[in-house]
Design a protein around this ligand. Structure first.
Ligand code: NAD
Length: 314
């Protein structure tokens, strides 16, 4: 008999890793959360604190600290080790640091026979996810970056706020790089089934809405938060929890994560944020949303940025 334990390992117990653990535990998304950090006392502290949540939760979730040798039976390994960009830096500026760190993480994990899903959060997430794909040798469906999942949640929030609708009734994605070059295929955005561009045209109160400015707000807001509190954590933590839930519960939910393109949108050999069907197999399929020629051009340009940085690693 085999009872699946739904075990998630989080590597990196910093602000993003610990908030992710809190989100997984309080939402009861898995049976077991294990935390690993090079700073063992930090991991120990987070684990002790989280264990004391159990009395007031809906279910008893096992929270423990561990080592890479404990990853062999994990369903998902979330990598958040790294450091947020410093003031004035972009996510791409943290490439070398993150690449060096993930190398020391992926190799010992693969030695355990790990055959689950790597979920990469460390930035620049598209390039690092590609690097983990190469280092691990796992099939492409088993290596996923958080991509533009967080950015798309922000986009939905801004659109919802503008038209006074619950963001969850908005269907919208940003795509491409989780970074300054990401774009939005506005021609595919709908609110309650109605095209967003038609909503803007039909209502004079939206005459001054500038779509490029909305995308700029999405790309800048992470840095606005960074300026005032040093990092962003709750949004990304909830995003990781949502992606993990879609995978473990075999939901077939569509979330824009970073995956390897192999011909979709006419592109190959690049990890980038695109809508993906997520289920127990990981990244099952890419949804090729409609894009106008102008949108395709912006998307291609964003992939060019990712490719340029990916080339620095291999
Ligand atoms: P942080 O500095 O608070 O935490 C990083 C943690 O990683 C620290 O606890 C550190 O000890 C640990 N660490 C460093 N090297 C390690 C190693 N070799 N093995 C194990 N642990 C190691 O940083 P943070 O704010 O939690 O951000 C972490 C990463 O997440 C950054 O790369 C950041 O840019 C990224 N991030 C991504 C998104 C996204 O949307 N993808 C959003 C926010 C943050």
């Amino acid at each position: 008999m085999k009872i699946n334990r739904n075990k998630i390992v989080i590597v990196g117990a910093g602000l993003v890793g610990s908030s992710t653990a809190f989100s997984l535990v309080t939402q009861g998304i898995c049976d077991e959360v294990m935390i690993i950090d090079i700073n063992k006392s930090k991991a120990h502290g987070e684990v002790m604190d989280l264990c004391h949540c159990v009395e007031y939760l809906n279910r008893n979730i096992k929270v423990s600290e561990g080592d890479y040798s404990d990853c062999g039976d994990a369903d998902i390994v979330v990598i958040t080790a790294g450091a947020p960009p410093k003031s004035g830096q972009t996510r791409l500026d943290t490439l070398e640091l993150s690449a060096n760190i993930v190398k020391t993480i992926v190799e010992p994990i693969m030695e355990t026979g790990f055959d689950g899903i790597f979920l990469i959060v460390s930035n620049p997430v598209d390039v690092i996810a590609h690097y983990v794909y190469k280092l691990s040798g796992l099939p492409k469906n088993q290596v996923i970056g958080t991509g533009t999942a967080m950015d798309s949640a922000r986009l939905k929030y801004f659109i919802g706020d503008l038209v006074h609708i619950d963001p969850r009734s908005v269907h919208a994605y940003t795509m491409g790089e989780h970074g300054d070059s990401q774009m939005c295929p506005w021609s595919s955005v709908t609110v309650g089934g109605k095209k967003f561009i038609d909503i803007l045209e039909d209502n004079r109160e939206f005459d001054n809405v500038n779509l490029d400015e909305i995308v700029q707000r999405v790309t800048r807001v992470g840095f606005d938060i960074l300026e005032v509190k040093g990092t962003t954590c709750y949004g990304i933590a909830t995003t990781v929890a949502g992606i993990s839930k879609a995978i473990l519960n075999d939901e077939n939910k569509i979330i824009p994560v970073s995956t390897l393109l192999e011909g979709e949108f006419g592109e190959t050999d690049v990890f980038c944020g695109v809508p993906v069907i997520l289920n127990r197999s990981g990244a099952k399929d890419v949804v090729e949303v409609h894009m106008t020629p102008e949108e395709k051009e912006k998307f291609k340009k964003s992939l060019g940025v990712i490719r340029e940085y990916t080339k620095r690693l291999f």
